[in-house]
Design a protein around this ligand. Structure first.
Ligand code: GDP
Length: 311
């Protein structure tokens, strides 16, 4: 299936929620007398409500609605106008293809971070599979030594994806495991090295200082490492994810987001809020639990999948 179709399928719950109402708003707006300066207030309010319902967030919704209310020309349909406004929010925060698969380092080190349950381990597994399929030789590193089940789960993914894994005994120092993984990856020519980290420790402070240490130790094992820090956010959590993102960003310097479980929510508008409020590129989206359910994000495809006309 083409990427756009898979994204469309992943976003189907969000689309179902907004589609008929959005079509009606567009119809109403486009039917208004051409040349009349102002779009009527009810139409603008209906659009605002719809965007908030899809979790586009207050700030981004405000920007879109203000632009709609003050649009000077009716030469474009409201549908195209809204699509262009949303696409513009992603300007400057678009991933350049997939940064991971475009890596130029000998051993590109990617830390995958996020709160427990967001889909980190699953994402590392899917990403390893995706990169392997595109000709890379990834190595995965199980650095969530706090949770034995996470190490086992990653081992299962590594086997399914036929990639190498570096793991250690439960309770060992995760930074040491990361160091070993980078050394081993460099020695055996694996690239990239995908590191699954813990999402929960005894306290939040412990978690953050552990991540900070992993970051430091990775830098000692390879020049410039980690080259990427991907934050996994669960789309079903909605706006709370933004607070998580800020916390992780402050400590480990997040470079991009993987937005998981888009298939399980009608709040897929959260992608717009991430771009608008956090100014972070969304590198991939998760659209299911299977090995192939991770797709590189494209703002153009996203906007088309959500707002294109049904008939
Ligand atoms: P972690 O604690 O962050 O490592 O999270 P896991 O990788 O263990 O994932 C938690 C749950 O979310 C698992 O049941 C996964 O199968 C599920 N999951 C992860 N990504 C997706 C996704 O994109 N879509 C759906 N529907 N489920 C997902």
């Amino acid at each position: 299936m083409a990427l756009l179709d898979r994204l469309r399928e992943g976003l189907s719950r969000t689309k179902q929620q907004i589609v008929s109402q959005f079509d009606e708003i567009v119809h109403r707006a486009d039917a208004q007398v051409p040349g009349a300066d102002e779009i009527d207030v009810d139409t603008v309010e209906a659009l605002e409500e719809l965007l908030l319902l899809a979790d586009v967030g207050v700030a981004a919704t405000g920007r879109i609605v203000t632009a709609v209310a003050s649009r000077a020309s009716r030469s474009k349909s409201l549908r195209d106008f809204v699509k262009d406004e949303i696409r513009a929010i992603f300007d400057g925060v678009e991933p350049k293809g997939s940064e991971v698969s475009a890596s130029k380092h000998a051993s590109h080190v990617v830390l995958v971070v996020g709160v427990n349950g967001t889909g980190k381990t699953t994402t590392v597994g899917k990403l390893a599979h995706f990169l392997k399929a595109s000709g890379k030789r990834p190595l995965v590193c199980a650095a969530d030594t706090f949770r034995a089940a996470a190490v086992e789960q990653l081992a299962v993914w590594a086997e399914r994806a036929s990639v190498e894994i570096v793991r250690s005994d439960d309770g060992s120092d995760p930074a040491a495991v990361v160091f070993d993984a980078i050394q081993s990856g460099k020695a055996s020519g694996c690239d990239p090295i995908l590191v699954d980290t813990a999402g929960r420790l005894h306290t939040r402070v412990n978690l953050m200082s552990e991540l900070e240490k992993i970051r430091r130790v990775a830098g000692r094992a390879a020049v410039g490492a980690p080259h990427e820090v991907l934050l996994v956010l669960d789309a079903t959590v909605g706006q709370n994810g933004l607070a998580q993102a800020r916390e992780f960003s402050n400590v480990v310097g997040v470079t991009g987001v993987v937005l998981t479980k888009l298939d399980g929510t009608a709040k897929g508008g959260i992608a717009v809020a991430i771009a608008h409020d956090l100014k972070l590129p969304i590198q991939y989206v998760g659209v299911g639990e299977g090995m192939d359910d991770l797709i590189p994000f494209s703002a153009a495809n996203y906007v088309d999948a959500l707002f294109q006309q049904q008939w």
